[in-house]
Design a protein around this ligand. Sequence first.
Ligand code: SAH
Length: 292
Amino acid sequence: MSHVPVMTAAVLEYLRPENGGLFVDCTVGLGGHARALLEAGATRLIGIDRDLDALARARETLGPWSDRVELVHADYRAIDEVLDQRQIDRVDGTLADLGVSSMQFDSPGRGFSFQRDEPLDMRMDRSGGDTAADLVARSTERDIADAIFQFGEERLSRRIARAIVEARHEAPIDTTGRLATIVRRALPRRGYMRIDPATRTFQALRIWVNRELDGLDRFIVSAARRLRTGARLVVIAFHSLEDRIVKHTLRALQHDGLVQVLTKRPMVPRDEEVERNPRARSAKLRAAERIA
Ligand code: SAH
């Protein structure tokens, strides 16, 4: 269950840790990018993650640099509080590698994947909040349909929501296997399918459970405001809904004269990287530099 960091060369090129400085990795995950930043010269690193299992893994990965690293269990949308608590005003570079890690996706028992039958959890932060099973049990048919449509970009969302509500009258939908079966049965059979028909619904639920799009724009604004002049922010998004928010927010900040966007188009990984690391497949990297 290794996690290969995505587009590390580009992250280092944009963030330029060679001359040292304080870097914030807002999604430290297993510590892959953080380690690369430290190896390349970062003198201090704050690593944030909302997943305690990820922080434990990052602690191992970053062991050799423990005197330069502070790991924080927080939501990156609280970046202002995290920095204020440490009396840090500005930083020398910030990274956000959004979404779930391959560890979260592949670990048994987390409920992100329909490849295994397990409890329908999907929370990145298991210290609280509703699980996917809770949302599926308690939400109205309308809200379920809206979430599947909006976050999964699934045209047949209504049909799926209807099937979910019918099925939950019979028995709780509390496993990934049961949900996947309900979704697959609700959809018309097609001869050849590139992706499992449950994929979009699972993506939607994951985004819903973790409120992945809420406040992403505000987070980017806060992160940009906390950069020293000349310092940079790198954001890697993994689906179009996320990337759209990143793109629009960075453009708005550029329009306001706060940053210069360095990536006219998003950078994407090379084919070799996608072959080696499936998580890289849909990655889009955008970077901006603080100018005022
Ligand atoms: N760059 C990391 C991998 C990051 S994977 C590495 O190289 O190892 C994305 C991580 O972001 C996951 O660990 C996930 O728990 C975390 N995450 C996602 N949304 C978050 C949020 N809102 N606040 C804090 N961490 C978040």
